[in-house]
Design a protein around this ligand. Sequence first.
Ligand code: DQA
Length: 171
Amino acid sequence: MPPRGDTDGPGDTPDPAGPERRAVTVLILNGPNLGRLGSREPEIYGSATLADIEAACAALGAELGLDVDLRQTDDEAELIGWIHEAADRRLPVVLNPAAFTHYSYALRDALAMRTAPLVEVHLSNPAARESFRHTSVVSAVADGTITGFGPQSYELALRAVARLLNRAGPD
Ligand code: DQA
């Protein structure tokens, strides 16, 4: 059971102002080497930094009624700790697991305990790259995966989370 008294997840006691009005926190979690965006292989990942992506997601989140909390780590244990936190707080997650995508069964097992929407994202299209990137051990436990749209993958993922929470505006 998640700890009681935490009120920022979608499944908590309704706000008197109405459940549709209260912003839900979405964790946007990023795995190894994504802190180097902007200078990391720009021909593959583009020139936007993670700070640029955070700013774009914060602006879109404000439109969608979602508070974004973007984090990055190169450490598998720290990332798994954040996944546990999301499960306990019933927070939706947008996750770019980076290279962990392809081999981290520990990350996959942590994600299997999720209690809220999960959208996997990639800047590049791993299916069009080296064969070791064609496997995702995460996809099967996610609601869906968005790949290949550069920084816009994150914005599309946020929109998907809003849909899954029934917070999206009209088409
Ligand atoms: C990535 C794709 C992964 O294969 C790679 O290891 C990354 C970034 C992407 O966003 O395109 O680090 O997740």
